[in-house]
Design a protein around this ligand. Structure first.
Ligand SMILES: NC(=O)c1ccc[n+]([C@@H]2O[C@H](COP(=O)([O-])OP(=O)(O)OC[C@H]3O[C@@H](n4cnc5c(N)ncnc54)[C@H](O)[C@@H]3O)[C@@H](O)[C@H]2O)c1
Length: 430
Protein backbone atom coordinates (compact mmCIF):
# COMPACT_ATOMS: atom_id res chain seq x y z
CA UNK A 1 0.00 0.00 0.00
CA UNK A 2 1.24 3.45 -0.91
CA UNK A 3 1.23 4.81 2.61
CA UNK A 4 3.39 7.31 4.41
CA UNK A 5 3.79 6.54 8.05
CA UNK A 6 3.22 9.57 10.21
CA UNK A 7 6.08 9.47 12.67
CA UNK A 8 6.15 11.46 15.85
CA UNK A 9 9.74 12.22 16.70
CA UNK A 10 10.17 13.50 20.24
CA UNK A 11 9.00 11.33 23.09
CA UNK A 12 8.46 11.77 26.81
CA UNK A 13 8.30 8.53 28.73
CA UNK A 14 7.55 6.66 25.53
CA UNK A 15 4.73 9.03 24.63
CA UNK A 16 4.89 11.45 21.74
CA UNK A 17 5.37 14.86 23.33
CA UNK A 18 4.06 16.84 20.37
CA UNK A 19 0.87 14.86 20.61
CA UNK A 20 0.49 15.61 24.26
CA UNK A 21 -0.10 19.32 24.72
CA UNK A 22 -2.41 18.87 27.69
CA UNK A 23 -0.69 16.07 29.49
CA UNK A 24 2.24 16.92 31.68
CA UNK A 25 4.13 14.06 33.20
CA UNK A 26 4.44 14.66 36.90
CA UNK A 27 7.94 13.67 38.06
CA UNK A 28 7.18 13.37 41.74
CA UNK A 29 3.70 13.16 42.96
CA UNK A 30 1.76 12.46 46.07
CA UNK A 31 0.39 9.00 46.79
CA UNK A 32 -3.41 9.11 47.06
CA UNK A 33 -5.56 6.82 49.17
CA UNK A 34 -7.74 5.08 46.62
CA UNK A 35 -10.85 2.89 46.68
CA UNK A 36 -12.42 0.90 43.87
CA UNK A 37 -16.19 0.44 43.48
CA UNK A 38 -16.86 -2.42 41.05
CA UNK A 39 -13.96 -4.88 40.93
CA UNK A 40 -14.77 -6.45 37.55
CA UNK A 41 -12.89 -6.42 34.26
CA UNK A 42 -12.47 -2.70 33.72
CA UNK A 43 -12.27 -1.67 37.36
CA UNK A 44 -9.23 -3.92 37.79
CA UNK A 45 -7.69 -2.58 34.55
CA UNK A 46 -7.90 0.92 36.01
CA UNK A 47 -6.71 -0.06 39.48
CA UNK A 48 -3.74 -2.07 38.17
CA UNK A 49 -2.71 0.95 36.10
CA UNK A 50 -3.10 3.25 39.09
CA UNK A 51 -0.95 0.94 41.23
CA UNK A 52 1.71 0.74 38.50
CA UNK A 53 1.82 4.56 38.30
CA UNK A 54 2.96 4.74 41.93
CA UNK A 55 0.38 7.41 42.69
CA UNK A 56 -2.13 5.34 44.61
CA UNK A 57 -2.38 3.36 47.84
CA UNK A 58 -5.36 1.03 47.69
CA UNK A 59 -7.24 1.36 50.97
CA UNK A 60 -10.47 -0.43 50.09
CA UNK A 61 -12.39 -2.22 47.38
CA UNK A 62 -16.12 -2.83 47.07
CA UNK A 63 -18.20 -5.27 45.08
CA UNK A 64 -21.63 -6.82 45.48
CA UNK A 65 -20.18 -10.13 44.32
CA UNK A 66 -17.72 -11.60 46.81
CA UNK A 67 -16.18 -13.84 44.17
CA UNK A 68 -15.28 -10.73 42.15
CA UNK A 69 -13.80 -8.88 45.14
CA UNK A 70 -11.89 -11.99 46.29
CA UNK A 71 -10.25 -12.33 42.87
CA UNK A 72 -9.44 -8.60 42.88
CA UNK A 73 -7.98 -8.80 46.38
CA UNK A 74 -5.62 -11.60 45.32
CA UNK A 75 -4.38 -9.48 42.39
CA UNK A 76 -3.90 -6.39 44.58
CA UNK A 77 -2.00 -8.45 47.18
CA UNK A 78 0.23 -9.77 44.40
CA UNK A 79 0.90 -6.29 43.04
CA UNK A 80 1.37 -4.38 46.29
CA UNK A 81 1.86 -6.89 49.10
CA UNK A 82 -1.00 -5.16 50.93
CA UNK A 83 -4.59 -6.18 51.62
CA UNK A 84 -7.14 -3.38 51.37
CA UNK A 85 -10.43 -3.68 53.25
CA UNK A 86 -13.23 -5.36 51.33
CA UNK A 87 -16.80 -4.02 51.38
CA UNK A 88 -20.11 -5.08 49.83
CA UNK A 89 -21.79 -1.67 50.15
CA UNK A 90 -20.15 1.40 48.66
CA UNK A 91 -22.00 3.73 51.08
CA UNK A 92 -20.39 2.11 54.10
CA UNK A 93 -17.00 2.08 52.38
CA UNK A 94 -17.11 5.76 51.41
CA UNK A 95 -18.33 6.91 54.82
CA UNK A 96 -15.73 4.87 56.73
CA UNK A 97 -12.70 5.22 54.46
CA UNK A 98 -13.23 8.66 52.90
CA UNK A 99 -10.58 7.91 50.25
CA UNK A 100 -8.98 10.73 48.31
CA UNK A 101 -9.81 8.94 45.06
CA UNK A 102 -12.82 6.74 44.30
CA UNK A 103 -12.87 4.75 41.06
CA UNK A 104 -16.42 3.93 39.93
CA UNK A 105 -16.44 0.97 37.52
CA UNK A 106 -19.86 -0.55 38.16
CA UNK A 107 -22.38 -1.38 35.41
CA UNK A 108 -23.93 1.74 33.86
CA UNK A 109 -27.14 1.73 35.94
CA UNK A 110 -24.93 2.05 39.01
CA UNK A 111 -22.80 5.09 38.04
CA UNK A 112 -24.72 8.09 39.32
CA UNK A 113 -25.37 7.25 42.99
CA UNK A 114 -21.83 6.07 43.91
CA UNK A 115 -20.21 8.93 41.95
CA UNK A 116 -22.34 11.56 43.70
CA UNK A 117 -21.86 9.94 47.11
CA UNK A 118 -18.09 9.85 46.54
CA UNK A 119 -18.01 13.55 45.62
CA UNK A 120 -20.12 14.33 48.68
CA UNK A 121 -17.60 12.76 51.06
CA UNK A 122 -14.78 14.70 49.41
CA UNK A 123 -13.33 12.22 46.90
CA UNK A 124 -11.88 12.88 43.50
CA UNK A 125 -13.64 10.49 41.14
CA UNK A 126 -12.49 8.41 38.18
CA UNK A 127 -15.90 7.57 36.71
CA UNK A 128 -16.46 5.07 33.95
CA UNK A 129 -18.31 5.96 30.78
CA UNK A 130 -21.10 6.48 29.85
CA UNK A 131 -21.41 8.80 32.83
CA UNK A 132 -25.01 7.82 33.51
CA UNK A 133 -27.90 5.62 32.49
CA UNK A 134 -30.35 8.50 32.07
CA UNK A 135 -29.89 12.14 31.05
CA UNK A 136 -31.09 13.56 34.37
CA UNK A 137 -28.65 11.38 36.33
CA UNK A 138 -25.85 12.95 34.27
CA UNK A 139 -27.12 16.41 35.17
CA UNK A 140 -27.07 15.46 38.86
CA UNK A 141 -23.44 14.26 38.63
CA UNK A 142 -22.37 17.51 36.94
CA UNK A 143 -24.22 19.49 39.62
CA UNK A 144 -22.57 17.42 42.36
CA UNK A 145 -19.11 18.10 40.93
CA UNK A 146 -19.89 21.83 40.91
CA UNK A 147 -21.23 21.71 44.47
CA UNK A 148 -18.59 19.52 46.13
CA UNK A 149 -15.66 20.43 43.89
CA UNK A 150 -13.70 17.18 43.48
CA UNK A 151 -11.88 16.44 40.23
CA UNK A 152 -13.80 14.03 37.99
CA UNK A 153 -12.05 12.19 35.18
CA UNK A 154 -14.30 10.07 32.97
CA UNK A 155 -12.90 6.85 31.48
CA UNK A 156 -12.90 8.17 27.89
CA UNK A 157 -9.25 7.18 27.56
CA UNK A 158 -9.15 8.00 23.85
CA UNK A 159 -9.13 11.61 24.95
CA UNK A 160 -5.62 11.05 26.34
CA UNK A 161 -4.37 8.71 23.60
CA UNK A 162 -1.34 10.01 21.66
CA UNK A 163 -2.69 8.75 18.31
CA UNK A 164 -6.10 10.33 18.88
CA UNK A 165 -4.49 13.62 19.93
CA UNK A 166 -2.25 13.59 16.84
CA UNK A 167 -5.30 12.72 14.70
CA UNK A 168 -7.17 15.71 16.08
CA UNK A 169 -4.20 17.93 15.28
CA UNK A 170 -4.25 16.62 11.71
CA UNK A 171 -8.01 17.16 11.41
CA UNK A 172 -7.73 20.70 12.70
CA UNK A 173 -4.77 21.51 10.41
CA UNK A 174 -7.12 22.05 7.48
CA UNK A 175 -5.57 19.19 5.47
CA UNK A 176 -8.90 17.35 5.34
CA UNK A 177 -10.71 20.47 4.09
CA UNK A 178 -14.18 21.56 5.09
CA UNK A 179 -15.97 18.80 6.99
CA UNK A 180 -19.75 18.79 7.04
CA UNK A 181 -20.49 15.12 7.57
CA UNK A 182 -19.11 12.58 10.04
CA UNK A 183 -20.03 8.94 10.54
CA UNK A 184 -19.20 6.93 13.65
CA UNK A 185 -19.63 3.18 13.60
CA UNK A 186 -18.93 -0.10 15.32
CA UNK A 187 -19.66 -2.99 13.02
CA UNK A 188 -18.49 -6.31 14.19
CA UNK A 189 -19.69 -9.76 14.44
CA UNK A 190 -19.22 -11.05 17.92
CA UNK A 191 -21.70 -13.82 17.46
CA UNK A 192 -25.20 -14.40 18.55
CA UNK A 193 -26.32 -13.58 22.05
CA UNK A 194 -25.95 -16.43 24.45
CA UNK A 195 -29.56 -16.94 25.53
CA UNK A 196 -29.56 -18.77 28.82
CA UNK A 197 -32.32 -19.83 31.19
CA UNK A 198 -32.77 -17.77 34.37
CA UNK A 199 -31.17 -19.27 37.45
CA UNK A 200 -30.64 -18.71 41.16
CA UNK A 201 -27.93 -16.10 41.68
CA UNK A 202 -24.62 -17.52 42.91
CA UNK A 203 -24.25 -17.44 46.71
CA UNK A 204 -21.42 -14.93 46.42
CA UNK A 205 -23.67 -12.35 44.69
CA UNK A 206 -26.03 -9.88 46.36
CA UNK A 207 -28.44 -9.78 43.41
CA UNK A 208 -30.79 -7.22 44.98
CA UNK A 209 -27.87 -4.80 45.45
CA UNK A 210 -26.54 -5.54 41.93
CA UNK A 211 -29.91 -4.43 40.49
CA UNK A 212 -29.96 -1.46 42.88
CA UNK A 213 -32.11 1.41 41.59
CA UNK A 214 -32.90 -0.40 38.31
CA UNK A 215 -35.75 -2.91 37.83
CA UNK A 216 -35.05 -6.24 39.51
CA UNK A 217 -35.31 -9.06 36.98
CA UNK A 218 -34.72 -12.71 37.80
CA UNK A 219 -30.98 -13.40 37.74
CA UNK A 220 -29.66 -14.65 34.43
CA UNK A 221 -26.07 -15.92 34.06
CA UNK A 222 -25.83 -13.80 30.88
CA UNK A 223 -26.22 -10.59 32.90
CA UNK A 224 -23.20 -10.70 35.16
CA UNK A 225 -20.30 -10.20 34.91
CA UNK A 226 -20.04 -7.94 31.83
CA UNK A 227 -23.40 -9.05 30.39
CA UNK A 228 -25.34 -5.99 31.61
CA UNK A 229 -24.53 -4.45 28.21
CA UNK A 230 -27.25 -6.55 26.53
CA UNK A 231 -30.04 -5.28 28.81
CA UNK A 232 -31.52 -1.82 28.39
CA UNK A 233 -32.55 -1.71 32.04
CA UNK A 234 -28.86 -1.83 33.00
CA UNK A 235 -27.16 -0.19 30.00
CA UNK A 236 -28.01 1.68 26.82
CA UNK A 237 -26.55 -0.83 24.40
CA UNK A 238 -23.65 -0.54 22.00
CA UNK A 239 -24.37 3.11 21.15
CA UNK A 240 -23.62 4.11 24.75
CA UNK A 241 -21.05 1.41 25.50
CA UNK A 242 -18.73 1.77 22.50
CA UNK A 243 -20.49 4.68 20.87
CA UNK A 244 -19.76 7.22 23.58
CA UNK A 245 -16.01 6.98 22.83
CA UNK A 246 -16.69 7.97 19.22
CA UNK A 247 -19.29 10.62 20.13
CA UNK A 248 -16.54 12.10 22.28
CA UNK A 249 -14.21 12.19 19.25
CA UNK A 250 -16.88 13.97 17.20
CA UNK A 251 -17.43 16.62 19.87
CA UNK A 252 -13.69 17.00 20.42
CA UNK A 253 -13.18 17.78 16.74
CA UNK A 254 -16.24 19.99 16.47
CA UNK A 255 -16.65 23.41 17.98
CA UNK A 256 -20.16 22.34 19.00
CA UNK A 257 -21.40 20.62 22.12
CA UNK A 258 -24.94 19.56 21.38
CA UNK A 259 -27.01 18.22 18.50
CA UNK A 260 -30.26 20.04 17.73
CA UNK A 261 -32.23 16.96 16.72
CA UNK A 262 -31.66 13.21 16.96
CA UNK A 263 -33.44 10.38 15.19
CA UNK A 264 -32.60 6.75 15.73
CA UNK A 265 -33.94 3.42 14.55
CA UNK A 266 -32.80 -0.18 14.83
CA UNK A 267 -33.91 -3.49 16.26
CA UNK A 268 -33.23 -6.86 17.83
CA UNK A 269 -33.24 -10.31 16.26
CA UNK A 270 -35.08 -11.93 19.16
CA UNK A 271 -37.96 -9.76 20.28
CA UNK A 272 -38.93 -12.16 23.06
CA UNK A 273 -35.67 -11.85 24.94
CA UNK A 274 -35.12 -9.63 27.96
CA UNK A 275 -31.65 -9.08 26.42
CA UNK A 276 -33.09 -6.20 24.44
CA UNK A 277 -30.17 -3.90 23.56
CA UNK A 278 -30.41 -3.28 19.81
CA UNK A 279 -28.46 -5.67 17.58
CA UNK A 280 -28.41 -2.96 14.96
CA UNK A 281 -28.98 0.76 15.31
CA UNK A 282 -28.50 3.89 13.28
CA UNK A 283 -28.85 7.47 14.48
CA UNK A 284 -28.69 10.84 12.76
CA UNK A 285 -27.65 13.91 14.74
CA UNK A 286 -28.29 17.33 13.28
CA UNK A 287 -25.78 19.88 14.56
CA UNK A 288 -25.68 23.59 13.73
CA UNK A 289 -22.86 23.23 11.20
CA UNK A 290 -22.61 19.51 10.38
CA UNK A 291 -24.44 16.19 10.34
CA UNK A 292 -23.30 13.19 12.36
CA UNK A 293 -24.34 9.58 12.03
CA UNK A 294 -23.99 6.53 14.21
CA UNK A 295 -24.24 2.93 13.06
CA UNK A 296 -23.67 -0.34 14.83
CA UNK A 297 -24.46 -3.90 13.95
CA UNK A 298 -23.55 -7.22 15.44
CA UNK A 299 -23.44 -8.86 12.02
CA UNK A 300 -21.15 -8.63 9.00
CA UNK A 301 -18.58 -5.96 9.79
CA UNK A 302 -14.94 -6.84 9.65
CA UNK A 303 -15.13 -9.08 6.61
CA UNK A 304 -16.94 -6.62 4.39
CA UNK A 305 -15.53 -3.21 5.35
CA UNK A 306 -12.04 -1.74 5.22
CA UNK A 307 -12.54 -0.20 8.66
CA UNK A 308 -15.17 -1.57 10.99
CA UNK A 309 -14.77 0.71 14.01
CA UNK A 310 -14.20 4.45 14.39
CA UNK A 311 -15.28 7.71 12.81
CA UNK A 312 -15.09 8.88 9.20
CA UNK A 313 -14.70 12.63 8.81
CA UNK A 314 -15.67 13.45 5.22
CA UNK A 315 -13.81 16.59 4.10
CA UNK A 316 -13.61 18.50 0.83
CA UNK A 317 -9.94 17.39 0.51
CA UNK A 318 -10.44 13.74 1.46
CA UNK A 319 -11.68 11.31 4.08
CA UNK A 320 -10.09 10.94 7.48
CA UNK A 321 -10.66 7.74 9.44
CA UNK A 322 -10.07 7.85 13.19
CA UNK A 323 -9.84 4.22 14.14
CA UNK A 324 -8.98 1.81 16.89
CA UNK A 325 -6.47 -1.00 16.27
CA UNK A 326 -6.00 0.44 12.77
CA UNK A 327 -4.77 3.83 14.06
CA UNK A 328 -5.81 6.73 11.88
CA UNK A 329 -5.56 7.25 8.14
CA UNK A 330 -6.19 10.16 5.79
CA UNK A 331 -7.31 9.24 2.28
CA UNK A 332 -6.79 12.37 0.13
CA UNK A 333 -9.12 12.89 -2.80
CA UNK A 334 -6.49 14.54 -5.03
CA UNK A 335 -5.19 12.20 -7.72
CA UNK A 336 -1.77 10.78 -6.86
CA UNK A 337 -1.72 12.26 -3.35
CA UNK A 338 -0.34 9.92 -0.69
CA UNK A 339 -2.27 8.51 2.19
CA UNK A 340 -1.15 9.63 5.64
CA UNK A 341 -1.28 7.13 8.46
CA UNK A 342 -0.42 6.81 12.13
CA UNK A 343 -0.44 3.53 14.03
CA UNK A 344 -2.36 3.21 17.25
CA UNK A 345 -0.65 3.85 20.61
CA UNK A 346 -2.86 1.54 22.69
CA UNK A 347 -1.62 -0.50 25.66
CA UNK A 348 -2.21 -4.12 26.50
CA UNK A 349 -4.10 -5.75 28.00
CA UNK A 350 -7.33 -4.77 26.34
CA UNK A 351 -6.07 -2.04 24.00
CA UNK A 352 -6.53 1.09 26.08
CA UNK A 353 -4.85 4.37 27.04
CA UNK A 354 -5.64 4.26 30.75
CA UNK A 355 -2.02 5.09 31.82
CA UNK A 356 -2.17 8.45 30.05
CA UNK A 357 -5.66 9.17 31.35
CA UNK A 358 -4.70 8.27 34.91
CA UNK A 359 -1.58 10.43 34.70
CA UNK A 360 -3.66 13.36 33.54
CA UNK A 361 -6.15 12.69 36.38
CA UNK A 362 -3.39 12.88 38.99
CA UNK A 363 -1.94 15.98 37.36
CA UNK A 364 -5.39 17.63 37.39
CA UNK A 365 -5.95 16.81 41.06
CA UNK A 366 -2.56 18.11 42.11
CA UNK A 367 -2.81 21.32 40.07
CA UNK A 368 -6.57 21.82 40.47
CA UNK A 369 -7.01 21.99 36.70
CA UNK A 370 -9.61 20.48 34.40
CA UNK A 371 -8.82 16.92 33.30
CA UNK A 372 -8.90 16.00 29.59
CA UNK A 373 -12.06 13.90 29.99
CA UNK A 374 -13.82 16.26 32.37
CA UNK A 375 -17.35 15.62 33.53
CA UNK A 376 -19.10 18.28 31.43
CA UNK A 377 -17.64 17.34 28.05
CA UNK A 378 -18.14 13.68 28.91
CA UNK A 379 -21.74 14.47 29.75
CA UNK A 380 -22.22 16.00 26.27
CA UNK A 381 -20.83 12.83 24.66
CA UNK A 382 -22.99 10.66 26.92
CA UNK A 383 -26.06 12.74 26.06
CA UNK A 384 -25.59 12.01 22.35
CA UNK A 385 -25.77 8.27 23.08
CA UNK A 386 -28.66 8.62 25.52
CA UNK A 387 -30.67 10.79 23.13
CA UNK A 388 -30.12 8.21 20.39
CA UNK A 389 -31.38 5.32 22.50
CA UNK A 390 -34.27 7.47 23.75
CA UNK A 391 -35.30 8.19 20.15
CA UNK A 392 -34.90 4.47 19.29
CA UNK A 393 -37.28 3.53 22.15
CA UNK A 394 -39.70 6.34 21.34
CA UNK A 395 -39.79 5.68 17.60
CA UNK A 396 -39.52 9.33 16.56
CA UNK A 397 -37.00 12.13 16.46
CA UNK A 398 -36.35 14.38 19.44
CA UNK A 399 -35.38 18.05 19.59
CA UNK A 400 -32.69 18.96 22.09
CA UNK A 401 -32.00 22.31 23.71
CA UNK A 402 -28.40 21.67 24.70
CA UNK A 403 -27.93 24.88 26.65
CA UNK A 404 -30.91 24.06 28.85
CA UNK A 405 -30.17 20.30 28.68
CA UNK A 406 -33.81 19.68 27.84
CA UNK A 407 -35.89 17.87 25.23
CA UNK A 408 -38.33 20.34 23.71
CA UNK A 409 -41.86 19.99 22.32
CA UNK A 410 -42.48 16.39 23.37
CA UNK A 411 -43.69 15.70 26.90
CA UNK A 412 -43.42 11.91 26.54
CA UNK A 413 -39.81 12.18 25.40
CA UNK A 414 -39.05 14.65 28.18
CA UNK A 415 -40.36 12.13 30.71
CA UNK A 416 -37.81 9.61 29.42
CA UNK A 417 -34.89 11.77 30.50
CA UNK A 418 -35.21 9.99 33.85
CA UNK A 419 -36.81 6.83 35.14
CA UNK A 420 -38.43 5.73 38.38
CA UNK A 421 -35.96 4.24 40.84
CA UNK A 422 -36.68 1.00 42.62
CA UNK A 423 -37.18 1.53 46.34
CA UNK A 424 -35.47 2.32 48.62
CA UNK A 425 -33.13 4.10 46.18
CA UNK A 426 -33.88 7.75 45.51
CA UNK A 427 -33.28 9.48 42.21
CA UNK A 428 -30.29 11.80 42.63
CA UNK A 429 -30.90 15.50 43.08
CA UNK A 430 -28.16 17.87 44.13
N1 LIG B 1 -13.48 3.11 29.22
C1 LIG B 1 -13.54 1.96 28.59
O1 LIG B 1 -12.96 1.78 27.52
C2 LIG B 1 -14.31 0.84 29.23
C3 LIG B 1 -14.08 -0.49 28.83
C4 LIG B 1 -14.81 -1.49 29.46
C5 LIG B 1 -15.76 -1.17 30.43
N2 LIG B 1 -15.97 0.13 30.76
C6 LIG B 1 -17.01 0.50 31.75
O2 LIG B 1 -16.69 -0.06 33.02
C7 LIG B 1 -17.88 -0.37 33.72
C8 LIG B 1 -17.80 -1.81 34.20
O3 LIG B 1 -17.73 -2.68 33.09
P1 LIG B 1 -17.10 -4.15 33.21
O4 LIG B 1 -17.01 -4.70 31.86
O5 LIG B 1 -15.89 -4.09 34.06
O6 LIG B 1 -18.27 -4.91 34.00
P2 LIG B 1 -18.13 -6.15 35.01
O7 LIG B 1 -19.47 -6.76 35.09
O8 LIG B 1 -16.96 -6.98 34.63
O9 LIG B 1 -17.76 -5.44 36.39
C9 LIG B 1 -18.67 -4.65 37.11
C10 LIG B 1 -18.55 -5.04 38.58
O10 LIG B 1 -19.36 -4.13 39.34
C11 LIG B 1 -19.96 -4.90 40.38
N3 LIG B 1 -21.10 -4.17 40.91
C12 LIG B 1 -22.37 -4.10 40.46
N4 LIG B 1 -23.09 -3.28 41.24
C13 LIG B 1 -22.26 -2.83 42.21
C14 LIG B 1 -22.41 -1.96 43.32
N5 LIG B 1 -23.56 -1.36 43.61
N6 LIG B 1 -21.35 -1.72 44.13
C15 LIG B 1 -20.13 -2.33 43.88
N7 LIG B 1 -19.94 -3.19 42.85
C16 LIG B 1 -20.99 -3.40 42.02
C17 LIG B 1 -20.30 -6.22 39.71
O11 LIG B 1 -20.54 -7.23 40.65
C18 LIG B 1 -19.06 -6.44 38.85
O12 LIG B 1 -18.08 -7.17 39.57
C19 LIG B 1 -19.03 -0.11 32.76
O13 LIG B 1 -19.60 1.13 33.02
C20 LIG B 1 -18.36 -0.07 31.39
O14 LIG B 1 -19.03 0.78 30.47
C21 LIG B 1 -15.25 1.13 30.19
Amino acid sequence: MNRRNFILKSTVGGIAASAFPNIILAKKHKVYSTALIGTGWWGMNILSTAIASGSCRVVAICDVDQSQSAAALAIIKGLTGNSPKVYGDYREMLEKEKPEIAIVATPDHWHALPAIHALKVGCNVYLEKPISHTIDEGKAIVAAQKKYGGTVQVGLHRHAAPHNIAGMEFLNSGKVGDIKMVRAFVDYNYGERREQPDADPPKSLDWDMWCGPAPKHPYNPGMHPKGFRDYLDYSNGMCADWGVHWMDQILWWSEEKHPKTVYSTGGVFNENSLANAPDWQTATFEFESFTAQWEHRRIGGSKTEKHNIGVYFYGTKGTFHMGWLDGWTFYPSAKGAQEVHMNHTLHEPDQQNIPELWQNFIHSISTNTKPVADIENSQYATNMSLLAILSYKLGRSVSWDGEKQMITGDEEAKGMMRRAYREPWEYPTV
